[in-house]
Design a protein around this ligand. Structure first.
Ligand code: GAL
Length: 372
């Protein structure tokens, strides 16, 4: 009897340990008692441990004064501060010079090379958002330290796979380069590839971004390009550290930022935001039968109070956990950047479509297996 009770008590505690309570929008202390400082981030699960990478934000500036931070956890609730995975430098003119902008880092693991590869959006110090570059770094251990490889624009001199017409046809768009923005003719030119053509020789702009490893091991870089007017999806090389040259344009002229992608039941789902800087706006939802499209837009997936402003947040990542997909978003605090909050909410499916309901508090079961 005694042993039976002990057995059930240990079974119960195993069950309870798999459940964590998530409180969206609240202060989230790490193992030092400090609010987690990993904004615009993403999470990698490696050998059963979760690694959360994000932007370190200071109290009074959004510029990078520290670098990309890393936290680790076994249960997604209690986070151990691992330190700065990719630090800024004090070298004048360096890509990562303190005061640059390092945003939306994501790390993926390459099973072939055994390396961890970090991608982020980089803006050079003192140049606002004009550089519009990706940056990439690699490490031997998930928490780093990461070795900086390079930054740049994407796929210079290469046409997207889905671009119809030859270069001569695209060249006619050049005439619209300095035209007045937002006129119907200008919008059409944007859709047809005006800024893709403008940046063809030097490479495509890359701002808000994520990276995604598909079930076949191929990885993709998904980023706001073409003056934040058009998303692009670019395949990475087999070692995940460069672009392969194959890419497409998504929602041309649709002004999407903050891409977060997941795959469920053979369908690719992409949640994005509009372009209103730090101010929240209505989330957008897209789906496609293949990473290469065709991508189709659906209504806002958020439901309930403040659903039209993504509950005050802007998406950053979708984390598959157990049988749940967790939508991760940031409530930005531009006047006090380090106080920005995390919104984690479960994605559920209604009539075959992903939806996100607000919860003041909810339980995440990290152990329940997904049936796909
Ligand atoms: C947002 C973007 C953020 C940051 C910000 C700067 O739209 O998603 O990552 O770049 O603009 O204003």
């Amino acid at each position: 009897m005694k042993y039976c009770l002990m057995f059930w008590m240990s079974m119960m505690s195993m069950f309870l340990m798999a459940q964590v309570t998530v409180c969206p929008g609240e202060i989230w202390p790490d193992d030092r008692g400090q609010h987690i400082n990993a904004h615009g981030g993403g999470i990698l699960c490696h050998n059963g441990r979760y690694y959360w990478f994000g932007e370190h934000k200071s109290d009074d500036t959004s510029a990078a004064l520290v670098g990309i931070t890393c936290y680790s956890s076994d249960n997604l609730s209690d986070w151990h501060y691992e330190g700065v995975a990719l630090p800024v430098t004090d070298v004048p003119g360096d890509d990562l010079e303190r005061g640059c902008t390092m945003e939306r880092p994501k790390v993926i693991y390459n099973a072939r090379t055994g390396k961890f590869v970090m991608w982020l959006h980089l803006e050079l110090k003192g140049k606002g958002y004009s550089a519009a570059r990706y940056a990439v770094a690699v490490a031997d251990c998930p928490a780093g330290p990461y070795r900086y490889l390079r930054s740049g624009r994407v796929n210079a001199g290469i046409k997207p796979l889905d671009m119809e017409g030859d270069m001569a046809a695209l060249d006619t768009l050049d005439a619209w380069k300095d035209a007045e923005w937002w006129t119907p003719q200008w919008r059409k030119a944007v859709k047809d590839g005006l800024f893709m053509r403008r940046d063809f020789a030097d490479g495509q702009m890359a701002r808000d971004q994520t990276v995604f490893v598909d079930v076949d091991g191929r990885a993709y870089h998904i980023y706001s390009s073409e003056e934040n007017l058009t998303l692009q999806i670019a395949e990475l090389t087999a070692d995940y550290t460069a672009h392969s040259g194959r890419f497409i344009r998504v929602a041309a002229g649709g002004q999407n930022e903050a891409p977060a992608i997941f795959r469920y039941d053979g369908t690719y789902w992409l949640i994005t935001s509009g372009c209103t800087g730090w101010a929240p706006n209505k989330a957008r939802l897209f789906s496609a039968p293949s990473i290469w499209g065709p991508w189709q837009q659906h209504p806002n997936p958020c439901r309930g109070k403040d659903a039209d402003i993504t509950f005050g947040g802007q998406g950053t990542f979708v984390l598959p956990v157990g049988d749940t997909f967790v939508f991760m978003a940031d409530i930005w605090r531009p006047k006090h950047p380090s106080d920005a909050r995390y919104v984690w909410l479960p994605i559920t499916f209604e009539d075959g479509m992903p939806v996100i309901h607000w919860h003041d508090e909810w339980n995440l079961d990290t152990k329940k297996a997904r049936n796909e």
